[in-house]
Design a protein around this ligand. Structure first.
Ligand code: GRF
Length: 199
């Protein structure tokens, strides 16, 4: 099996995926930001590291078309969004639906969008965490596959809370990617189905 990882920045989730000895080949890492630190890391591991600068495109549709074409060149079975900070068009999402996953730093459906740790602190929740989900046209609203929770401490700020969540992200995303690459995880009738799990 082959997978492609999309990033926009640091790439720590990408590193966790690449370090997990997944049953498949990372065919490419693609970033919408040429300066994404994760690109250099991927290149250093001998993985094709490709930048497609979204600022060079007149519209979201044109950027997504170029992105989709680049992804298709690598013929992936799975596309993993790992800190990819661009909203994707419905057309793009439909094209890859069922083989497109995202990690989001909150316990969805709470706190979609950005600044999730600030949102959690402002809401005063006692539990926060991360979610891996299939991507559908609903922003951060696709079927949830796995989640991990962490406590929110009284003295937390965005950085301390975000770091606690990130540790869990690095555990659950490779686990879910492995399920998918093993052929155990599918999107069926708008729900995530894991083979061997009670229905
Ligand atoms: C992660 O918290 C991810 O969940 C969110 O953006 C952050 C990216 O971090 N979508 P990294 O680039 O994987 O280090």
């Amino acid at each position: 099996k082959r997978y492609v990882i999309l990033i926009s920045g640091r790439g720590s989730n990408m590193e966790a995926l690449l370090g997990a000895a997944l049953p498949g080949t990372c065919a490419a890492v693609i970033s919408n930001r040429p300066d994404a630190a994760g690109l250099a890391y991927a290149a250093g591991r001998g993985i094709p590291a490709i930048a497609i600068d979204h600022r060079g495109f007149a519209s979201r549709e044109e950027f997504d078309a170029a992105l989709a074409a680049e992804i298709e060149r690598h013929a992936p079975d799975l596309v993993l969004l790992a800190g990819f900070m661009r909203i994707l068009t419905d057309g793009f999402v439909r094209r890859f639906e069922g083989r497109l996953l995202n990690i989001h730093p909150s316990l969805l459906p709470a706190f979609p969008g950005v600044k999730t740790h600030a949102q959690a602190l402002a809401a005063g929740v006692r539990l926060h965490g991360c979610s891996v989900h299939f991507v559908t046209p609903a922003l951060d609203g696709g079927p949830i596959i796995a989640q991990a929770a962490v406590p929110v401490r009284a003295d937390d700020d965005e950085a301390t809370l975000g770091q606690r969540v990130l540790v869990e992200e690095h555990l659950i995303y490779p686990r879910v990617a492995r399920w998918f690459l093993e052929g155990r995880l599918h999107l069926v009738d708008g729900r995530a189905r894991l083979a061997g799990e009670a229905t």
